[in-house]
Design a protein around this ligand. Sequence first.
Ligand code: ADP
Length: 552
Amino acid sequence: MPISLLDIISHLTSVGWMVVVGSFLTMLLSGVVYWQDFTKRSSKFFFIFGIINFVWGLAYGFFEGVFTTPDVYTGFITLYITAAIVPPFTFLFLYVFSVEKAKLPFIKIATYFVPYFIIVGILLYAPESIVSYQKNTETVGKVVFGKLFFVYATYILAYLVAGLYLLAKKYRLSAGIYKIAIYDLLVAFCTACLLAVLMSLFSPMFGGGHDLFWVGHAAVILLMFWIARILMKYNFWSFKLITTEFFITIILITLLAESFFAMSELDLLIKTAITLLIVFSSFFLVGSVKREIQSKYKIENLIRSLDDMHARLKVLDKKKSDFLSIASHHLRDPLTAIKGYASMLLEGSFGELSEQVRQAIEKIFDSSNRLITMVSDFMDISNIESGDMKYKFVDVDIYRIVSGLVSEMKQNADRARLHFEFTADGQGLGDTSYITVGDAGKLRQVFSNLIDNSIKYTPHGSVSVLLSKSADGKKIIFSVSDTGIGMNELTKEKIFRKFSRAEGVNRVYTEGTGLGLYVAKEIIGKHEGRVWAESKGEGHGSSFFVELEAKP
Ligand code: ADP
Protein backbone atom coordinates (compact mmCIF):
# COMPACT_ATOMS: atom_id res chain seq x y z
CA MET A 1 0.00 0.00 0.00
CA PRO A 2 1.48 3.39 -0.94
CA ILE A 3 2.52 5.51 1.99
CA SER A 4 0.29 8.51 2.79
CA LEU A 5 1.28 12.08 3.58
CA LEU A 6 -0.05 11.68 7.10
CA ASP A 7 2.18 8.63 7.60
CA ILE A 8 5.21 10.62 6.52
CA ILE A 9 4.30 13.51 8.83
CA SER A 10 3.78 11.19 11.77
CA HIS A 11 7.26 9.73 11.27
CA LEU A 12 9.04 13.07 11.25
CA THR A 13 11.47 13.67 14.11
CA SER A 14 12.02 17.11 15.64
CA VAL A 15 15.12 17.50 13.48
CA GLY A 16 13.07 16.62 10.40
CA TRP A 17 10.50 19.24 11.36
CA MET A 18 13.24 21.78 11.87
CA VAL A 19 14.64 21.16 8.36
CA VAL A 20 11.23 21.27 6.64
CA VAL A 21 9.89 24.29 8.54
CA GLY A 22 13.28 26.06 8.42
CA SER A 23 13.65 25.66 4.67
CA PHE A 24 10.02 26.73 4.22
CA LEU A 25 10.63 29.88 6.24
CA THR A 26 13.76 30.71 4.27
CA MET A 27 11.75 30.28 1.07
CA LEU A 28 9.17 32.73 2.44
CA LEU A 29 11.92 35.14 3.40
CA SER A 30 13.50 34.96 -0.04
CA GLY A 31 10.04 35.66 -1.49
CA VAL A 32 9.63 38.72 0.72
CA VAL A 33 13.08 39.94 -0.30
CA TYR A 34 12.14 39.49 -3.97
CA TRP A 35 8.91 41.39 -3.28
CA GLN A 36 10.90 44.52 -2.39
CA ASP A 37 11.96 45.01 -5.97
CA PHE A 38 11.01 42.65 -8.79
CA THR A 39 13.57 44.24 -11.08
CA LYS A 40 16.52 43.16 -8.95
CA ARG A 41 18.00 40.07 -10.56
CA SER A 42 19.99 39.02 -7.51
CA SER A 43 16.86 38.88 -5.35
CA LYS A 44 14.99 36.98 -8.07
CA PHE A 45 17.67 34.29 -8.14
CA PHE A 46 17.75 34.33 -4.37
CA PHE A 47 14.05 33.51 -4.40
CA ILE A 48 14.63 30.65 -6.84
CA PHE A 49 17.47 29.47 -4.60
CA GLY A 50 14.99 29.64 -1.68
CA ILE A 51 12.47 27.47 -3.53
CA ILE A 52 15.14 24.90 -4.43
CA ASN A 53 16.34 24.83 -0.85
CA PHE A 54 12.79 24.15 0.29
CA VAL A 55 12.50 21.30 -2.21
CA TRP A 56 15.71 19.85 -0.77
CA GLY A 57 14.29 20.30 2.77
CA LEU A 58 11.06 18.54 1.70
CA ALA A 59 13.11 15.67 0.25
CA TYR A 60 14.83 15.34 3.61
CA GLY A 61 11.44 15.29 5.34
CA PHE A 62 10.25 12.63 2.88
CA PHE A 63 13.38 10.57 3.51
CA GLU A 64 12.86 10.74 7.28
CA GLY A 65 9.16 10.03 6.89
CA VAL A 66 9.67 6.86 4.85
CA PHE A 67 12.73 5.73 6.80
CA THR A 68 11.11 2.78 8.52
CA THR A 69 9.12 1.74 5.45
CA PRO A 70 10.05 -0.18 2.30
CA ASP A 71 10.06 3.17 0.46
CA VAL A 72 13.26 4.21 2.22
CA TYR A 73 15.33 3.57 -0.89
CA THR A 74 13.11 5.88 -3.00
CA GLY A 75 13.42 8.50 -0.27
CA PHE A 76 17.18 8.13 -0.28
CA ILE A 77 17.57 8.52 -4.04
CA THR A 78 15.09 11.45 -4.06
CA LEU A 79 17.23 13.15 -1.44
CA TYR A 80 20.37 12.70 -3.55
CA ILE A 81 18.64 13.93 -6.70
CA THR A 82 17.29 17.08 -5.03
CA ALA A 83 20.55 17.71 -3.14
CA ALA A 84 22.35 17.69 -6.49
CA ILE A 85 20.32 20.63 -7.78
CA VAL A 86 21.22 22.94 -4.87
CA PRO A 87 24.86 23.62 -5.97
CA PRO A 88 24.02 24.80 -9.53
CA PHE A 89 21.38 27.15 -8.13
CA THR A 90 23.76 28.37 -5.46
CA PHE A 91 26.28 29.07 -8.21
CA LEU A 92 23.67 30.83 -10.32
CA PHE A 93 22.67 33.11 -7.46
CA LEU A 94 26.29 33.96 -6.70
CA TYR A 95 26.94 34.55 -10.40
CA VAL A 96 24.10 37.06 -10.66
CA PHE A 97 25.06 38.67 -7.36
CA SER A 98 28.71 39.02 -8.37
CA VAL A 99 28.44 39.90 -12.04
CA GLU A 100 25.49 42.30 -11.92
CA LYS A 101 25.37 43.24 -15.59
CA ALA A 102 26.22 39.83 -17.02
CA LYS A 103 23.95 38.63 -19.81
CA LEU A 104 22.15 35.49 -18.83
CA PRO A 105 20.23 34.01 -21.75
CA PHE A 106 18.17 30.91 -21.21
CA ILE A 107 20.58 28.78 -23.23
CA LYS A 108 23.44 29.76 -20.93
CA ILE A 109 21.42 28.84 -17.84
CA ALA A 110 20.45 25.54 -19.48
CA THR A 111 24.10 24.64 -20.06
CA TYR A 112 24.79 25.09 -16.37
CA PHE A 113 22.27 22.31 -15.75
CA VAL A 114 23.52 19.78 -18.28
CA PRO A 115 25.77 18.08 -15.69
CA TYR A 116 22.79 17.92 -13.35
CA PHE A 117 20.69 16.02 -15.84
CA ILE A 118 23.55 13.58 -16.41
CA ILE A 119 23.77 12.99 -12.66
CA VAL A 120 20.01 12.56 -12.40
CA GLY A 121 20.12 10.08 -15.30
CA ILE A 122 22.74 8.00 -13.51
CA LEU A 123 20.87 8.23 -10.19
CA LEU A 124 17.67 7.04 -11.86
CA TYR A 125 19.00 4.28 -14.08
CA ALA A 126 22.15 3.09 -12.32
CA PRO A 127 21.97 4.49 -8.80
CA GLU A 128 24.30 1.90 -7.26
CA SER A 129 27.18 3.24 -9.36
CA ILE A 130 26.96 6.40 -7.26
CA VAL A 131 25.28 5.50 -4.02
CA SER A 132 22.88 2.96 -2.61
CA TYR A 133 21.23 2.33 0.67
CA GLN A 134 21.17 -1.07 2.23
CA LYS A 135 18.70 -1.59 4.96
CA ASN A 136 20.39 -3.84 7.50
CA THR A 137 18.07 -3.88 10.44
CA GLU A 138 14.61 -2.50 11.10
CA THR A 139 15.83 1.01 11.80
CA VAL A 140 19.43 1.46 10.72
CA GLY A 141 20.56 1.44 7.13
CA LYS A 142 23.96 1.66 5.53
CA VAL A 143 25.06 4.00 2.76
CA VAL A 144 27.12 2.19 0.16
CA PHE A 145 29.17 4.17 -2.35
CA GLY A 146 29.57 3.12 -5.95
CA LYS A 147 32.44 3.62 -8.36
CA LEU A 148 31.01 6.87 -9.71
CA PHE A 149 30.52 8.54 -6.34
CA PHE A 150 33.62 10.65 -6.94
CA VAL A 151 31.87 12.05 -10.08
CA TYR A 152 28.87 13.06 -7.95
CA ALA A 153 31.14 14.61 -5.28
CA THR A 154 33.29 16.41 -7.88
CA TYR A 155 30.15 17.76 -9.56
CA ILE A 156 28.90 19.24 -6.26
CA LEU A 157 32.30 20.63 -5.24
CA ALA A 158 32.95 22.14 -8.69
CA TYR A 159 29.84 24.37 -8.49
CA LEU A 160 30.58 25.43 -4.95
CA VAL A 161 34.23 26.26 -5.70
CA ALA A 162 33.19 28.18 -8.83
CA GLY A 163 30.69 30.18 -6.72
CA LEU A 164 33.36 30.83 -4.13
CA TYR A 165 35.74 32.04 -6.85
CA LEU A 166 33.15 34.55 -8.15
CA LEU A 167 32.46 35.83 -4.67
CA ALA A 168 36.16 36.23 -3.89
CA LYS A 169 36.61 38.16 -7.15
CA LYS A 170 33.70 40.42 -6.30
CA TYR A 171 35.19 40.97 -2.84
CA ARG A 172 38.50 42.04 -4.38
CA LEU A 173 36.81 44.54 -6.71
CA SER A 174 34.42 46.13 -4.22
CA ALA A 175 35.02 48.82 -1.64
CA GLY A 176 33.45 50.45 1.41
CA ILE A 177 30.43 48.89 3.05
CA TYR A 178 29.95 46.57 0.06
CA LYS A 179 33.33 45.03 0.74
CA ILE A 180 32.36 44.39 4.36
CA ALA A 181 29.02 42.88 3.28
CA ILE A 182 30.71 40.60 0.74
CA TYR A 183 33.35 39.60 3.25
CA ASP A 184 30.56 38.56 5.64
CA LEU A 185 28.92 36.62 2.83
CA LEU A 186 32.20 34.90 1.95
CA VAL A 187 32.73 33.76 5.53
CA ALA A 188 29.12 32.56 5.88
CA PHE A 189 29.22 30.81 2.50
CA CYS A 190 32.49 28.99 3.25
CA THR A 191 31.24 27.85 6.66
CA ALA A 192 27.91 26.65 5.30
CA CYS A 193 29.52 24.85 2.33
CA LEU A 194 32.06 23.17 4.56
CA LEU A 195 29.37 21.94 6.94
CA ALA A 196 27.02 20.86 4.13
CA VAL A 197 29.72 19.04 2.18
CA LEU A 198 31.15 17.32 5.24
CA MET A 199 27.86 16.35 6.85
CA SER A 200 25.62 15.72 3.87
CA LEU A 201 28.13 14.45 1.33
CA PHE A 202 31.10 12.84 3.08
CA SER A 203 29.89 11.91 6.54
CA PRO A 204 28.36 8.55 5.39
CA MET A 205 31.79 7.71 3.96
CA PHE A 206 33.36 7.94 7.41
CA GLY A 207 30.72 5.89 9.15
CA GLY A 208 28.43 8.79 10.06
CA GLY A 209 25.55 7.23 8.14
CA HIS A 210 22.72 9.60 7.32
CA ASP A 211 22.34 10.80 10.92
CA LEU A 212 24.18 14.06 10.28
CA PHE A 213 22.48 14.96 6.98
CA TRP A 214 20.41 17.57 8.83
CA VAL A 215 23.51 19.59 9.78
CA GLY A 216 24.06 20.46 6.11
CA HIS A 217 20.43 21.59 5.83
CA ALA A 218 20.67 23.66 8.99
CA ALA A 219 23.86 25.33 7.70
CA VAL A 220 22.23 26.24 4.38
CA ILE A 221 19.10 27.54 6.15
CA LEU A 222 21.27 29.82 8.29
CA LEU A 223 23.19 30.86 5.18
CA MET A 224 19.89 31.83 3.52
CA PHE A 225 18.96 34.06 6.47
CA TRP A 226 22.42 35.59 6.31
CA ILE A 227 22.17 36.24 2.56
CA ALA A 228 18.76 37.87 3.06
CA ARG A 229 20.33 40.21 5.64
CA ILE A 230 23.19 41.05 3.29
CA LEU A 231 20.84 41.69 0.35
CA MET A 232 18.88 44.12 2.53
CA LYS A 233 22.06 45.93 3.51
CA TYR A 234 23.45 45.82 -0.01
CA ASN A 235 20.30 47.31 -1.54
CA PHE A 236 19.69 49.68 1.39
CA TRP A 237 16.33 48.03 2.04
CA SER A 238 14.80 48.44 5.43
CA PHE A 239 15.36 45.53 7.77
CA LYS A 240 12.34 46.67 9.79
CA LEU A 241 10.02 46.63 6.78
CA ILE A 242 11.16 43.23 5.49
CA THR A 243 10.89 41.69 8.95
CA THR A 244 7.37 43.08 9.32
CA GLU A 245 6.38 41.68 5.91
CA PHE A 246 8.02 38.35 6.71
CA PHE A 247 6.10 37.93 9.96
CA ILE A 248 2.84 39.00 8.35
CA THR A 249 3.37 36.38 5.61
CA ILE A 250 3.94 33.71 8.27
CA ILE A 251 0.77 34.76 10.12
CA LEU A 252 -1.27 34.69 6.90
CA ILE A 253 0.03 31.30 5.85
CA THR A 254 -0.71 29.91 9.31
CA LEU A 255 -4.24 31.31 9.12
CA LEU A 256 -4.77 29.84 5.64
CA ALA A 257 -3.50 26.47 6.83
CA GLU A 258 -5.92 26.74 9.77
CA SER A 259 -8.82 27.18 7.35
CA PHE A 260 -8.07 23.75 5.88
CA PHE A 261 -8.71 22.20 9.25
CA ALA A 262 -12.04 23.94 9.78
CA MET A 263 -14.50 21.75 11.74
CA SER A 264 -17.67 23.18 10.25
CA GLU A 265 -18.89 25.70 7.71
CA LEU A 266 -19.29 28.30 10.45
CA ASP A 267 -15.77 27.64 11.63
CA LEU A 268 -14.53 28.07 8.05
CA LEU A 269 -16.49 31.30 7.71
CA ILE A 270 -15.06 32.74 10.93
CA LYS A 271 -11.53 31.72 10.02
CA THR A 272 -11.85 33.22 6.53
CA ALA A 273 -13.24 36.45 7.97
CA ILE A 274 -10.35 36.69 10.44
CA THR A 275 -7.85 36.02 7.65
CA LEU A 276 -9.37 38.76 5.50
CA LEU A 277 -9.37 41.17 8.42
CA ILE A 278 -5.71 40.49 9.02
CA VAL A 279 -4.94 40.89 5.31
CA PHE A 280 -6.49 44.36 5.39
CA SER A 281 -4.85 45.45 8.63
CA SER A 282 -1.49 44.11 7.42
CA PHE A 283 -1.88 46.18 4.31
CA PHE A 284 -2.23 49.33 6.43
CA LEU A 285 0.48 48.24 8.82
CA VAL A 286 3.01 47.70 6.03
CA GLY A 287 1.96 51.03 4.48
CA SER A 288 2.54 52.89 7.74
CA VAL A 289 5.89 51.18 8.36
CA LYS A 290 6.89 52.16 4.81
CA ARG A 291 5.82 55.76 5.36
CA GLU A 292 7.61 55.91 8.69
CA ILE A 293 10.80 54.63 7.09
CA GLN A 294 10.52 57.07 4.21
CA SER A 295 10.09 60.03 6.51
CA LYS A 296 12.96 58.80 8.65
CA TYR A 297 15.17 58.70 5.54
CA LYS A 298 14.01 62.17 4.57
CA ILE A 299 14.80 63.54 8.03
CA GLU A 300 18.17 61.82 8.03
CA ASN A 301 18.99 63.30 4.63
CA LEU A 302 17.86 66.70 5.80
CA ILE A 303 20.02 66.49 8.91
CA ARG A 304 22.96 65.40 6.78
CA SER A 305 22.53 68.33 4.37
CA LEU A 306 22.06 70.74 7.30
CA ASP A 307 25.26 69.45 8.85
CA ASP A 308 27.05 69.93 5.52
CA MET A 309 25.65 73.41 5.20
CA HIS A 310 26.65 74.23 8.76
CA ALA A 311 30.20 73.03 8.13
CA ARG A 312 30.41 75.04 4.90
CA LEU A 313 29.02 78.16 6.60
CA LYS A 314 31.55 77.79 9.37
CA VAL A 315 34.37 77.69 6.83
CA LEU A 316 32.94 80.74 5.06
CA ASP A 317 32.54 82.59 8.35
CA LYS A 318 36.13 81.83 9.27
CA LYS A 319 37.30 83.05 5.86
CA LYS A 320 35.27 86.23 6.29
CA SER A 321 36.74 86.87 9.75
CA ASP A 322 40.25 86.23 8.45
CA PHE A 323 39.67 88.59 5.55
CA LEU A 324 38.28 91.30 7.84
CA SER A 325 41.19 90.96 10.19
CA ILE A 326 43.84 91.11 7.45
CA ALA A 327 42.13 93.92 5.53
CA SER A 328 41.60 95.99 8.68
CA HIS A 329 45.17 95.53 9.73
CA HIS A 330 46.49 96.79 6.41
CA LEU A 331 44.09 99.74 6.38
CA ARG A 332 44.81 101.00 9.85
CA ASP A 333 48.49 101.88 9.43
CA PRO A 334 48.13 104.26 6.45
CA LEU A 335 45.03 105.79 8.04
CA THR A 336 46.89 106.53 11.25
CA ALA A 337 49.60 108.23 9.19
CA ILE A 338 46.98 110.40 7.40
CA LYS A 339 45.37 111.34 10.70
CA GLY A 340 48.77 112.08 12.28
CA TYR A 341 49.88 114.37 9.45
CA ALA A 342 46.49 116.12 9.36
CA SER A 343 46.74 116.71 13.09
CA MET A 344 50.30 118.11 12.75
CA LEU A 345 49.14 120.42 9.97
CA LEU A 346 46.26 121.67 12.11
CA GLU A 347 48.59 122.25 15.03
CA GLY A 348 50.77 124.43 12.78
CA SER A 349 53.81 122.11 12.71
CA PHE A 350 54.28 122.92 9.02
CA GLY A 351 53.57 126.63 9.27
CA GLU A 352 50.51 128.86 9.20
CA LEU A 353 47.48 127.61 7.18
CA SER A 354 44.99 129.75 5.36
CA GLU A 355 41.39 129.40 6.59
CA GLN A 356 40.39 127.52 3.43
CA VAL A 357 43.21 125.00 3.79
CA ARG A 358 42.50 124.58 7.50
CA GLN A 359 38.88 123.71 6.77
CA ALA A 360 39.93 121.16 4.16
CA ILE A 361 42.47 119.57 6.52
CA GLU A 362 39.91 119.46 9.31
CA LYS A 363 37.71 117.42 6.98
CA ILE A 364 40.61 115.06 6.21
CA PHE A 365 41.26 114.74 9.96
CA ASP A 366 37.59 113.94 10.78
CA SER A 367 37.18 111.48 7.95
CA SER A 368 40.39 109.60 8.75
CA ASN A 369 39.33 109.52 12.39
CA ARG A 370 35.98 107.99 11.47
CA LEU A 371 37.66 105.50 9.19
CA ILE A 372 40.02 104.44 11.96
CA THR A 373 37.05 103.86 14.29
CA MET A 374 35.32 101.78 11.61
CA VAL A 375 38.41 99.71 10.92
CA SER A 376 38.87 99.15 14.66
CA ASP A 377 35.26 98.01 14.92
CA PHE A 378 35.77 95.55 12.06
CA MET A 379 38.90 94.24 13.71
CA ASP A 380 37.07 93.86 16.98
CA ILE A 381 34.27 91.93 15.28
CA SER A 382 36.66 89.51 13.65
CA ASN A 383 38.50 89.08 16.95
CA ILE A 384 35.26 88.52 18.87
CA GLU A 385 34.11 85.95 16.34
CA SER A 386 37.34 84.06 16.18
CA GLY A 387 37.66 84.22 19.98
CA ASP A 388 40.94 86.13 19.65
CA MET A 389 39.87 89.23 21.57
CA LYS A 390 42.54 89.55 24.25
CA TYR A 391 41.92 91.27 27.60
CA LYS A 392 44.47 92.50 30.11
CA PHE A 393 42.79 92.88 33.48
CA VAL A 394 44.38 95.34 35.89
CA ASP A 395 43.13 97.98 38.35
CA VAL A 396 41.57 100.75 36.28
CA ASP A 397 40.52 104.22 37.34
CA ILE A 398 37.27 104.92 35.51
CA TYR A 399 37.25 108.55 36.61
CA ARG A 400 40.61 109.16 35.01
CA ILE A 401 39.48 107.53 31.73
CA VAL A 402 36.17 109.37 31.52
CA SER A 403 37.52 112.77 32.46
CA GLY A 404 40.32 112.35 29.92
CA LEU A 405 37.81 111.45 27.26
CA VAL A 406 35.56 114.37 28.13
CA SER A 407 38.37 116.86 27.62
CA GLU A 408 39.34 115.19 24.35
CA MET A 409 35.81 115.20 23.02
CA LYS A 410 34.87 118.64 24.16
CA GLN A 411 36.14 120.00 20.87
CA ASN A 412 33.72 117.78 18.95
CA ALA A 413 30.81 118.85 21.12
CA ASP A 414 31.73 122.46 20.73
CA ARG A 415 31.89 122.05 17.00
CA ALA A 416 28.40 120.58 17.07
CA ARG A 417 27.34 123.53 19.24
CA LEU A 418 26.20 121.31 22.08
CA HIS A 419 26.28 122.04 25.75
CA PHE A 420 28.67 119.42 27.12
CA GLU A 421 29.13 118.66 30.80
CA PHE A 422 30.70 116.05 33.02
CA THR A 423 29.72 115.40 36.62
CA ALA A 424 31.24 112.90 38.99
CA ASP A 425 29.47 112.59 42.32
CA GLY A 426 31.79 114.74 44.39
CA GLN A 427 34.93 112.97 43.21
CA GLY A 428 38.30 114.29 42.18
CA LEU A 429 41.22 112.99 40.16
CA GLY A 430 43.06 110.15 41.87
CA ASP A 431 40.08 109.21 44.02
CA THR A 432 40.08 105.46 44.56
CA SER A 433 36.32 105.10 44.66
CA TYR A 434 36.00 104.66 40.84
CA ILE A 435 38.49 101.85 40.62
CA THR A 436 37.46 98.63 38.94
CA VAL A 437 39.35 95.63 37.61
CA GLY A 438 39.33 95.62 33.82
CA ASP A 439 41.05 96.29 30.54
CA ALA A 440 41.70 100.06 30.45
CA GLY A 441 42.00 100.30 26.64
CA LYS A 442 38.78 98.37 26.01
CA LEU A 443 36.76 100.28 28.62
CA ARG A 444 38.02 103.54 27.20
CA GLN A 445 36.83 102.40 23.77
CA VAL A 446 33.33 101.73 25.16
CA PHE A 447 32.96 105.08 26.94
CA SER A 448 34.39 106.93 23.97
CA ASN A 449 31.89 105.25 21.65
CA LEU A 450 28.94 106.08 23.91
CA ILE A 451 29.92 109.75 24.30
CA ASP A 452 30.68 109.99 20.59
CA ASN A 453 27.25 108.51 19.76
CA SER A 454 25.50 111.05 21.97
CA ILE A 455 27.28 113.89 20.21
CA LYS A 456 26.54 112.36 16.78
CA TYR A 457 22.87 111.70 17.40
CA THR A 458 22.09 115.04 19.08
CA PRO A 459 21.41 117.76 16.51
CA HIS A 460 21.02 120.43 19.26
CA GLY A 461 20.79 120.69 23.01
CA SER A 462 23.12 119.06 25.47
CA VAL A 463 25.15 115.99 26.31
CA SER A 464 25.80 115.18 29.97
CA VAL A 465 28.24 112.60 31.23
CA LEU A 466 27.79 111.36 34.78
CA LEU A 467 29.82 109.06 36.98
CA SER A 468 28.18 107.79 40.12
CA LYS A 469 28.03 104.78 42.42
CA SER A 470 25.17 102.57 43.46
CA ALA A 471 23.64 103.15 46.91
CA ASP A 472 25.60 100.24 48.43
CA GLY A 473 28.80 101.53 46.81
CA LYS A 474 29.48 98.24 45.07
CA LYS A 475 28.82 99.38 41.52
CA ILE A 476 30.26 102.14 39.39
CA ILE A 477 27.67 103.64 37.07
CA PHE A 478 28.65 105.58 33.98
CA SER A 479 25.93 107.34 32.05
CA VAL A 480 25.73 109.69 29.09
CA SER A 481 22.42 111.47 28.48
CA ASP A 482 21.53 113.64 25.54
CA THR A 483 18.65 115.64 24.18
CA GLY A 484 19.01 114.04 20.75
CA ILE A 485 16.90 111.91 18.43
CA GLY A 486 15.96 109.37 21.12
CA MET A 487 14.56 105.97 20.23
CA ASN A 488 11.51 103.76 20.59
CA GLU A 489 11.25 100.56 22.65
CA LEU A 490 12.06 98.26 19.73
CA THR A 491 15.18 100.18 18.74
CA LYS A 492 16.45 100.08 22.34
CA GLU A 493 16.73 96.30 22.11
CA LYS A 494 18.04 95.87 18.61
CA ILE A 495 20.84 98.48 18.55
CA PHE A 496 23.09 96.18 20.59
CA ARG A 497 23.03 93.59 17.80
CA LYS A 498 25.70 93.32 15.13
CA PHE A 499 25.32 95.82 12.23
CA SER A 500 22.09 97.12 13.76
CA ARG A 501 21.05 100.74 13.47
CA ALA A 502 17.79 102.60 14.19
CA GLU A 503 15.42 103.09 11.30
CA GLY A 504 15.90 106.43 9.56
CA VAL A 505 19.05 107.19 11.58
CA ASN A 506 20.87 107.77 8.30
CA ARG A 507 19.21 111.15 8.05
CA VAL A 508 21.14 112.30 11.13
CA TYR A 509 24.41 110.49 10.61
CA THR A 510 25.18 108.52 7.49
CA GLU A 511 28.48 106.82 8.17
CA GLY A 512 27.59 104.57 11.10
CA THR A 513 28.27 100.84 10.89
CA GLY A 514 26.04 99.63 13.70
CA LEU A 515 28.97 97.86 15.33
CA GLY A 516 30.02 100.14 18.21
CA LEU A 517 27.27 99.09 20.65
CA TYR A 518 27.65 95.40 19.74
CA VAL A 519 31.36 95.61 20.57
CA ALA A 520 30.56 97.58 23.74
CA LYS A 521 28.14 94.91 24.92
CA GLU A 522 30.71 92.22 24.24
CA ILE A 523 33.45 94.09 26.15
CA ILE A 524 31.26 94.98 29.13
CA GLY A 525 29.98 91.38 29.17
CA LYS A 526 33.55 90.18 29.54
CA HIS A 527 33.87 92.54 32.54
CA GLU A 528 30.74 90.99 34.03
CA GLY A 529 29.05 94.37 33.84
CA ARG A 530 25.93 95.69 32.15
CA VAL A 531 25.28 98.18 29.34
CA TRP A 532 21.84 99.42 28.39
CA ALA A 533 19.92 102.28 26.84
CA GLU A 534 16.94 104.29 28.04
CA SER A 535 14.81 106.81 26.17
CA LYS A 536 11.43 108.43 26.55
CA GLY A 537 10.86 107.89 22.83
CA GLU A 538 11.84 109.27 19.49
CA GLY A 539 12.80 112.94 19.66
CA HIS A 540 13.06 112.85 23.47
CA GLY A 541 16.78 112.13 23.91
CA SER A 542 18.47 109.00 25.20
CA SER A 543 20.66 107.83 28.03
CA PHE A 544 23.23 105.05 27.88
CA PHE A 545 24.42 103.33 31.03
CA VAL A 546 27.36 101.12 31.91
CA GLU A 547 27.49 99.38 35.23
CA LEU A 548 30.75 97.87 36.50
CA GLU A 549 31.85 96.19 39.68
CA ALA A 550 33.73 98.63 41.98
CA LYS A 551 36.90 97.25 43.47
CA PRO A 552 36.21 96.83 47.20
P1 ADP B 1 26.73 103.44 14.65
O1 ADP B 1 26.66 104.64 15.55
O2 ADP B 1 28.01 103.34 13.92
O3 ADP B 1 25.55 103.29 13.77
P2 ADP B 1 26.47 101.96 17.12
O4 ADP B 1 26.49 100.50 17.36
O5 ADP B 1 27.36 102.80 17.94
O6 ADP B 1 26.72 102.14 15.57
O7 ADP B 1 24.98 102.43 17.32
C1 ADP B 1 23.94 101.67 16.80
C2 ADP B 1 22.69 102.52 16.60
O8 ADP B 1 22.16 102.88 17.85
C3 ADP B 1 22.91 103.80 15.89
O9 ADP B 1 22.94 103.61 14.48
C4 ADP B 1 21.71 104.60 16.33
O10 ADP B 1 20.58 104.23 15.56
C5 ADP B 1 21.50 104.12 17.75
N1 ADP B 1 22.10 105.04 18.75
C6 ADP B 1 23.29 104.92 19.36
N2 ADP B 1 23.49 105.93 20.23
C7 ADP B 1 22.39 106.74 20.16
C8 ADP B 1 22.00 107.94 20.82
N3 ADP B 1 22.77 108.56 21.71
N4 ADP B 1 20.77 108.45 20.51
C9 ADP B 1 19.97 107.83 19.62
N5 ADP B 1 20.29 106.70 18.96
C10 ADP B 1 21.50 106.16 19.23
